[in-house]
Design a binder for this molecule. Sequence first.
Ligand SMILES: Nc1ncnc2c1ncn2[C@@H]1O[C@H](COP(=O)(O)OP(=O)(O)OP(=O)(O)O)[C@@H](O)[C@H]1O
Length: 228
Amino acid sequence: MIQLKNVYKKYPNGIVSLNGVNLEINQGEFVYVVGPSGAGKSTFIKMIYREEKPSAGQIMVNGLSLAKLKSKRVPYLRRQIGVVFQDFKLLPRLTVYENIAFALEVIETSPAAIRRRVMEVLQMVGLEHKAKMLPAELSGGEQQRIAIARSIVNIPKVVIADEPTGNLDPDTSWEIMRLFEQINARGTTIIMATHNREVVNAIRHRVIAIEDGLVVRDVAGGDYGYEA
Ligand SMILES: Nc1ncnc2c1ncn2[C@@H]1O[C@H](COP(=O)(O)OP(=O)(O)OP(=O)(O)O)[C@@H](O)[C@H]1O
């Protein structure tokens, strides 16, 4: 479970991007985070995997208190959370296989287990035949599939995605959404910040709207809610 209590974030430049956020997200939920540009969606997302620390308030993720979490425990938290970005963030000099294996190698998995697991996730995203290629040799949609494979290779409880379809055309975006649906169907929590109105309105899930650093709407099976 993920729980935020009175979470407040003021950046060093004085901007307050979260202004008292209270929320609970249960294991297995699929949650869209929507809201205008600059509303605080990315900051909220970054709080959950401890890319940013709250200035005040409490955040619990799977029983870990993030405000108190020591730096040396951050890798332990990150193993429980997969992260997918708008711009994929694959390592350009590593092959597809190596990009995914990297996430497992850092936690001392045996070479045979790494191979088995990497091929399994590559198969799940339909790209096992591209294992030896470099990211630059793939389309944007394929790169995002690899980033998704990497995000789940550790079998995390939670996958966080910040605008995962932001750089993709509509057809590719639907394919990427299908993958997130499959991952969610296996019990993984999905938290997705998005501006994609069509997706949010078509594939209904809980919608949390953030404006000026506050949750202004929180609806199960809600719609995108903003005009085009
Ligand atoms: N590292 C930072 N340092 C200072 N201010 C920041 C930082 N990151 C974000 N902000 C500010 O915090 C506010 C919220 O930003 P955030 O990126 O969370 O918004 P967002 O809702 O994700 O926007 P978008 O939809 O455009 O991605 C903005 O005013 C932004 O300028």
